[in-house]
Design a binder for this molecule. Sequence first.
Ligand SMILES: Cc1cc2nc3c(=O)[nH]c(=O)nc-3n(C[C@H](O)[C@H](O)[C@H](O)COP(=O)(O)OP(=O)(O)OC[C@H]3O[C@@H](n4cnc5c(N)ncnc54)[C@H](O)[C@@H]3O)c2cc1C
Length: 433
Amino acid sequence: MAWDFETDPEFQEHLDWMRSFVDDEIIPLEAVWDEMSMAQYDAATAPLKEQVKARGLWAAHLDRELGGQGFGQVKLGLMHEILGRCRIAPGVFGNQAPDSGNAELLAIGADAEQKERWLWPLLAGKVRSAYSMTERDVAGSDPTLIRTTAVRDGDEYVINGHKWFTSNGSAADFLIVMVRTNPDVSAYQGCSMIVVPTDTPGVNILRDVDTMTHPHGGTFGRPGGHSEIVYDNARVPVSNLIGREGEGFLLAQKRLGPGRIHHAMRWIGQSQRAFDMMCERALSRYAHGSLLAEKGQVQDWIADSHAEIQAARLLTLQAAWKMDREGSSKARVEIAVIKYFGAKVLYNVIDKAIQVHGSLGFSTDLPLESMYRHAREARFVDGPDEVHRQTVARQMLKRYRPVDGLPSEHVPTRQAHAREKFASYLEAATADA
Ligand SMILES: Cc1cc2nc3c(=O)[nH]c(=O)nc-3n(C[C@H](O)[C@H](O)[C@H](O)COP(=O)(O)OP(=O)(O)OC[C@H]3O[C@@H](n4cnc5c(N)ncnc54)[C@H](O)[C@@H]3O)c2cc1C
């Protein structure tokens, strides 16, 4: 019977190597990343990237024909669990969001010439990309409201609109922009994705929006920022359209499935790092006659956090397994569950780890406060939790039918049926008595 929670020994070797590499080589770099210019960062990570390539683990999320490993989502999930320990680790492994999702999108939708122009350079780490869908003035959680238009004019599209929260937009060489190409049909048929190089006249990157993760700016021109962009009569050739006109939603759906597994597994890695810190501190700090590790309340946090991390991990790996076997649309519910469940676990575990560290946890002397601020975004990215909960609830409810009158578990009704069904036994039992 196949019900197996083991990792192949051969693949485990890769994971063991990754774990040491992330902890020994990448996490130390994280400590000075904010002080580095992009050129310094690129120089410092270049030799690390070479090691990853030499191990055959570069851009592993892609299929073999695209230079990846064709591992499938379960193995990728296990890899992302390790990469999630450190926010710069995915970049060193060539699968940093949003580039990884954009590469998957181009792999699915781009033609040979488009792949030559954008996909191969992206995979080689020579260019950066961003995904420009959310708009400031309409609800991003409902992408059918998208207002940005692309109107065909001869061999060009003319793009007008106001986007924001385009992650990495100010550092990107090109943007994949979700636009309305046909206002006369539903958004599901009327939206498209178009590649827009950032140096196109009319692409005005106004700023990186300051956020909880970067409240004091400093992101413009480097990965990590969330750009506000006005497209003002930006013209691109019609050949920049990905797929066919009207396929925007279809492509978006395909792009998001695997990305959510990777996000969720990275959250497990972050949660585990916070958990490690919490346990270390609990065993080291003494107060009111005992170590924190000996206090019931702290033990509750450790036990609950462990259970939550394990639950999120198994849910995510099961979603990945289902996706590998049946494809992302069949795994829709599982993928939605891990989005909101994983985001909550991440937030809870980091919160407890901060509490155990007291004022030190609240300070910037530890990474926990930064992890906490980053964790808050997990409840919005790829759509707010509420939308995913709604998807799950709707799918669950489809499995049920309403009843007329009393609930099907109504005890007196069930007893009446049972008395009738088992009458002969009940009579025999009464006679025996
Ligand atoms: C850090 C970060 C990075 C991002 N990166 C990108 C990116 O690279 N590209 C991009 O295009 N976008 C990006 N986004 C935008 C993100 O996708 C949107 O924030 C998200 O889709 C929500 O849209 P909104 O912010 O307009 O909120 P709204 O749509 O205005 O929603 C606000 C709130 O309304 C509630 N709500 C909405 N729908 C429902 C519902 N059905 N039921 C109950 N409550 C509901 C929720 O509480 C929600 O938080 C990013 C966002 C963040 C925070």
